[in-house]
Design a protein around this ligand. Structure first.
Ligand code: NAP
Length: 495
C-alpha cells in the first residue's frame, strides 16, 4: 500500500465547527466547544460545538418538521436520486479536503483515504440513489376475492439518528445516510467526539447539493448525554449505530420505551484461517493488511490469525519481517503505511493490551513498543504474538489497535471450533488454494462476512454486518435500503 505520489498535502487549522440545525450553521446555544486533536502532532486542529440537550431537541424537531411537512419524503424517488448523485459528485470534487480532515483527525494515511475510502463514499450515494429509483411499490390481486386489489408501498420511517464511531467516520456515516435519505427519511447525525471533522464537511455537502433545510442536521458533543437524549427522543424513529458493543447494548435498552428501530454495527474479533495449501506469500500479505491497515482501528480487522501447523513457523517469520519493516509515520506522507492511533485514550488502551500480551504465555515476535515521529505522536508498532491460544485476553477481547495473536491449528474442525469460539461474529477469512474447502468452511463460520483469499473488500452492493455480539441489521446492499423503510398495504374493494 505504499503510494508513489510525490504530493504531500499541508496541515492547516480548520475553522471552528458549528451545529447544522434546520439548514443553519450555529454555535451551541451556550457557546461551549470541545477541541479535536491531531494524533500525529498532538496539537489541537480546531474546536467544535459542544451541543446542549436543547440543541439536540432543536435538531430533532427540525428533522421531524421536515419529515411531516417538507418536500423530501414526498418527492418522487427520481428527484431524490438526482440530489444524491449531486452529493456523490461533490464528494468526488472535495476528496482531498475530506482526506486531509480524516488524516489529521483520525491518523489514516491520506492516500488510502483518497484512493479507497472516497470512491466508496461517493459510490454509496450513487448506489442508493440508483436503487431508490427502482419501483419500491407493488400491486396484487387477492385469490380469495376477485374484487379486492392490494397496493403495497414502502414508506420512510421518519427521523433517523445516525450515531457513528471515531474510526472511518466518513464511510460509516455515508453508509447510513445514503440509504436513509434515498428512502425519504430525515437525519440527525451525531459523529464521535474524537473525529468530527469530516462530518462537518459532509453536512456542508448536503446543503450545497440541495438537500432541503431540516432534512439533514448535525449535532456534535459528548455521546453519553447527547446520544442518550437522541436515542430516547420520542420524535426519533430509528437509531442507526456503529460503535462498541457496550454502547450498542445501551442504545437498544434506551430505545425500548419508544420502540425504536435500530441497526447496530458493533465490535469484532475476526478470525483469519491460513491453511497449509495456501499461496503463503499472498496469505501473509492478506494477514498483514487485514490487521494493520488503518493501524488496526478497523471493526473487521483480522485480529486473530489461525495458521495450520505445517506452515505456522514460516507464516510467523514472514509476518514478523513485514511488521519490522513497516513504515510508521505522518499519515500525510505518501510513504507512510501505519499512522498514529486516533486518540490518547485509545493509545493507552492498546498499550495495556500489548502489556497483557507480554505477560501472557504468548511470545512477542514483532513490535511491542511505541514510537514518536519528530518527537511527537501516538504511534504503536505493529505487534505480533506467536504461540497464542484462544483463551488469552489478547485473543478474546477486541483490542482495536495493531496487535495480532497467532494461534496454531491442526485440522479443519479445530480451525472452525477456534474461529467460532468468540462472542463476536463480524468478519472472517479463509486462505487456501482449495476453493471447495473454502466454501465448505465458509458455511460453518458464524460471521456476517467471509473473505476467501482476500480481506478488506467492500462494495455498496454487498450487505455488511454482524452475527452474535457484533450486532444486527445490515449496511450496504438492498437490505440497507429496506431497513430505512416500513411496509404499508392498501386494500381496495373495486366491486
Ligand atoms: P463508541 O465508544 O461506542 O462510540 C460510538 C459513538 O457512540 C460515538 O459517536 C459516541 O460519542 C456515541 N456514544 C457514546 N455513548 C453513547 C450513548 N450512551 N448513547 C448513544 N451514543 C453514545 O465506539 P468508538 O470507540 O467510537 O468506536 C470503536 C468501536 O466501534 C469498536 O468496538 C469497533 O469494533 C466498533 N465499530 C464497528 C463497526 C461495524 O461496522 N461493526 C465499524 C466501526 C467500528 P462520543 O464519541 O462523543 O463518546
Amino acid at each position: 500500500m505504499v503510494q508513489q505520489s510525490a504530493h504531500i498535502p499541508q496541515r492547516k487549522r480548520f475553522p471552528r465547527g458549528q451545529l447544522l440545525i434546520d439548514g443553519q450553521w450555529r454555535d451551541a446555544s451556550d457557546g461551549a466547544t470541545l477541541p479535536t486533536l491531531d494524533p500525529t502532532t498532538e496539537e489541537t486542529i480546531t474546536e467544535f460545538a459542544k451541543a446542549t440537550i436543547g440543541d439536540v431537541d432543536a435538531a430533532v424537531q427540525a428533522a421531524r418538521t421536515a419529515f411531516e411537512t417538507g418536500a423530501w419524503p414526498r418527492m418522487h424517488h427520481e428527484a431524490r436520486a438526482r440530489v444524491l448523485f449531486r452529493v456523490a459528485d461533490l464528494l468526488d470534487e472535495r476528496a482531498e479536503d475530506f482526506a486531509l480532515r480524516e488524516a489529521m483527525d483520525m491518523g489514516m494515511p491520506y492516500r488510502d483515504f483518497v484512493d479507497i475510502i472516497m470512491p466508496h463514499c461517493a459510490g454509496l450515494f450513487r448506489f442508493f440513489g440508483g436503487l431508490a429509483m427502482h419501483a419500491m411499490d407493488g400491486a396484487y390481486r387477492s385469490s380469495y376475492d376477485p374484487h379486492t386489489r392490494i397496493l403495497t408501498r414502502r414508506e420512510p420511517l421518519g427521523v433517523v439518528a445516525a450515531i457513528t464511531p471515531f474510526n472511518f467516520p466518513l464511510a460509516l456515516t455515508c453508509s447510513k445516510v445514503a440509504p436513509a435519505l434515498a428512502a425519504g427519511n430525515t437525519i440527525v447525525h451525531k459523529p464521535a467526539s474524537d473525529t468530527p471533522l469530516t462530518a462537518l464537511a459532509l453536512a456542508q455537502v448536503m446543503l450545497d447539493a440541495g438537500v432541503p433545510e431540516g432534512v439533514y442536521n448535525l449535532i456534535t458533543g459528548p455521546g453519553g448525554t447527547l446520544g442518550d437524549t437522541l436515542v430516547k427522543h420520542s420524535l426519533v424513529d430509528k437509531v442507526a449505530f456503529t460503535g462498541s458493543t457496550a454502547v450498542g447494548q445501551n442504545i437498544i435498552r434506551n430505545g425500548a420505551d419508544t420502540l425504536k428501530h435500530t441497526t447496530t454495527e458493533l465490535g469484532g474479533k475476526s478470525p483469519n484461517l491460513i491453511f497449509a495449501d495456501a499461496d503463503i506469500d499472498a496469505a501473509v500479505q492478506v494477514a498483514f493488511w487485514g490487521i494493520f491497515w488503518n493501524k488496526g482501528e478497523v471493526c473487521v480487522a483480522s485480529s486473530r490469525l489461525l495458521v495450520e501447523r505445517p506452515v505456522y513457523d514460516e507464516v510467523v517469520e514472514k509476518l514478523a519481517r513485514m511488521a519490522q519493516a513497516a513504515v510508521l509515520g505522518d499519515p500525510l506522507d505518501p510513504q507512510t503505511q501505519v499512522g498514529p492511533i486516533a486518540s490518547r485514550a485509545e493509545f493507552d488502551k492498546v498499550r495495556q493490551y500489548v502489556e497483557a500480551g507480554k505477560t501472557s504465555t504468548a511470545r512477542l515476535v514483532a513490535g511491542g513498543g511505541t514510537r514518536k515521529i519528530n518527537g511527537k505522536g501516538l504511534f504503536i508498532e505493529p505487534t505480533i504474538f506467536s504461540d497464542a491460544t484462544n483463551d488469552l485476553k489478547i485473543s478474546r477481547e477486541e483490542i482495536f489497535g495493531p496487535v495480532l495473536p497467532v494461534i496454531p491449528f491442526d485440522n479443519d474442525d479445530e480451525a472452525v471450533r477456534i474461529a467460532n469460539d468468540t462472542p463476536y461474529g463480524l468478519a472472517s477469512g479463509i486462505q487456501t488454494r482449495n476453493l471447495a474447502r473454502a466454501l465448505r468452511l465458509a458455511d460453518r463460520i458464524n460471521a456476517g462476512t467471509v473473505w476467501i483469499n482476500t480481506w478488506h473488500k467492500y462494495h455498496p452492493n454487498g450487505p455488511f454486518g454482524g452475527y452474535k455480539m457484533s450486532g444486527y441489521g445490515r449496511e450496504q446492499g438492498a437490505e440497507a435500503l429496506e431497513s430505512y423503510t416500513q411496509h404499508k398495504s392498501i386494500w381496495a374493494n373495486i366491486a
